[in-house]
Design a protein around this ligand. Structure first.
Ligand code: NCD
Length: 322
C-alpha cells in the first residue's frame, strides 16, 4: 500500500525525496491505464492501483471557483480511471450557495460530508489552507490566487526528471509573470528543495518574483539571477529547461499592459542546447509561439499528459494509502 497523504497545500510539504520517488513511481504505473493492448499482468496491476469500490466508490469534490482546463479535467478523468467518481459545479462561485451569500467555511463543511477528497481552485491566496481548516476530508490546492499550485509543480518536476533525469546543478530559466504566477512560485520551492539549481528569473520589471520567494532562495543559498526579458536569447543558450508562463491577467488586471512584452519563438529555440526542454503550464496565450510545438524539445502537451498520472498517484496515496 502506498504512503498515506493528507492535505496537499504547498510544495514545501514534499521535501522528502523518498516520498517524491514513491509518488513518481506510482505515476509511472498509472500510465498502464492508458496503455494500448494491455497484458494480463498490466490489468492485474491496474486493479491494484484502482481505488476501493466497496461499500461505495470514492468521491472527489471538484470545487473550482476559477476557470481551469487541465487541473480540473485531469483530476476528474484520473478519478474515473481509478474507479472513483466526482461531483462538481460549473462554477462554484455562481452555482453554489456562495451566490446566495454562503461563506467558504460552510461550503467546505458541507461538501466534505459528500466526498472523500476535495480539490479546490480559488482566486484568493490562502483559500485552500482555509478550506483545509474546515474540511473533514483531505483538501488539494488546485491553485489559490497568486499563492501556490502544488500539483502543477509536482507534475513539472516529474516531467523534468522524465526528460532529463536528475541533475544536481540543473539550469532553469523561468520567463513571464513571476510575480503573480503560482506555478513558478511552487516550482521554485520544489526545485530548490531537491536540487542545487541555477535559476534565471526573467520578467518585465513590474512582474518580478515576489519578496517571499527571493528571501527563501537567498536563505536557502540557491543560485539565482533576476534578469529583464530582453536577456532571453543570451540566457537560453545555456539552459537545460526554459519554463514559459503567461501574464496572469485574470489574477492581476494591472498586469494587462505587459501582455506581448516577451515572446518565445523560433529565435530562442534555435539557440537552445539540443537536449534542452521548453515547458509551459498552459494556457498559452501566445507567449510561446505555437509553431515551436513542432520542435521535439517543446513539450507542454507531454507535460499536461503527465499531469493526469501524477494527480492519479496523489489521489491513490490520499484515498488508499496507509
Ligand atoms: C496555471 C494556473 O492556473 O495557475 N494553469 C494550470 O493549472 N496549468 C497557469 C496559468 O493559469 O497561467
Amino acid at each position: 500500500m502506498p504512503t498515506k497523504l493528507g492535505h496537499i497545500l504547498e510544495t514545501q510539504q514534499f521535501k522528502d525525496r523518498k516520498l517524491l520517488d514513491e509518488l513518481y513511481s506510482l505515476a509511472d504505473d498509472m500510465r498502464l491505464f492508458d496503455k494500448p493492448n494491455p497484458t494480463e499482468e498490466d490489468l492485474k496491476r491496474c486493479k491494484e492501483l484502482s481505488l476501493p469500490q466497496e461499500p461505495r466508490r470514492k468521491i472527489l469534490v471538484s470545487a473550482f471557483y476559477q476557470e481551469s482546463t487541465r487541473t480540473r479535467w485531469s483530476f476528474e478523468a484520473g478519478m474515473i480511471s481509478l474507479g472513483g467518481q466526482y461531483i462538481t459545479s460549473q462554477d462554484v462561485s455562481k452555482f453554489s450557495g456562495e451566490a446566495k451569500g454562503e461563506k467558504l467555511p460552510d461550503t467546505i463543511r458541507v461538501s466534505s460530508g459528500y466526498g472523500d477528497v476535495i480539490v479546490i481552485r480559488h482566486p484568493v491566496e490562502g483559500a485552500a489552507n482555509m478550506a483545509a481548516r474546515y474540511s473533514r476530508v483531505p483538501v488539494i490546492n488546485g491553485g489559490d490566487g497568486t499563492g501556490q499550485h502544488p500539483t502543477q509543480a509536482l507534475l513539472d518536476l516529474y516531467t523534468i526528471e522524465k526528460e532529463r533525469g536528475k541533475e544536481e546543478r540543473i539550469k532553469v530559466g523561468m520567463i513571464g509573470d513571476l510575480k503573480n504566477g503560482r506555478t513558478v512560485r511552487s516550482l521554485t520551492y520544489l526545485l530548490a528543495n531537491h536540487y542545487k539549481p541555477q535559476l534565471y528569473l526573467m520578467s518585465p520589471e513590474q512582474l518580478k518574483m515576489r519578496h517571499d520567494i527571493i528571501e527563501f532562495l537567498t536563505d536557502h543559498g540557491t543560485e539565482f539571477h533576476e534578469l529583464p526579458v530582453e536577456e532571453l536569447i543570451e540566457v537560453a543558450k545555456g539552459l537545460d529547461v526554459l519554463y514559459v508562463t503567461r501574464v496572469q491577467t485574470n489574477l492581476d488586471p494591472t498586469a494587462k499592459e505587459m501582455v506581448g512584452s516577451y515572446i518565445v519563438d523560433r529565435r530562442t529555440i534555435d539557440v537552445m542546447p539540443s537536449n534542452s526542454i521548453v515547458m509551459h503550464p498552459l494556457p498559452n496565450a501566445g507567449e510561446l509561439d505555437f509553431e515551436t510545438y513542432q520542435d521535439p524539445r517543446v513539450i507542454p502537451i507531454k507535460q499536461s499528459d503527465n499531469g493526469k498520472y501524477v494527480r492519479m498517484a496523489l489521489l491513490k496515496m490520499i484515498l488508499d494509502g496507509s
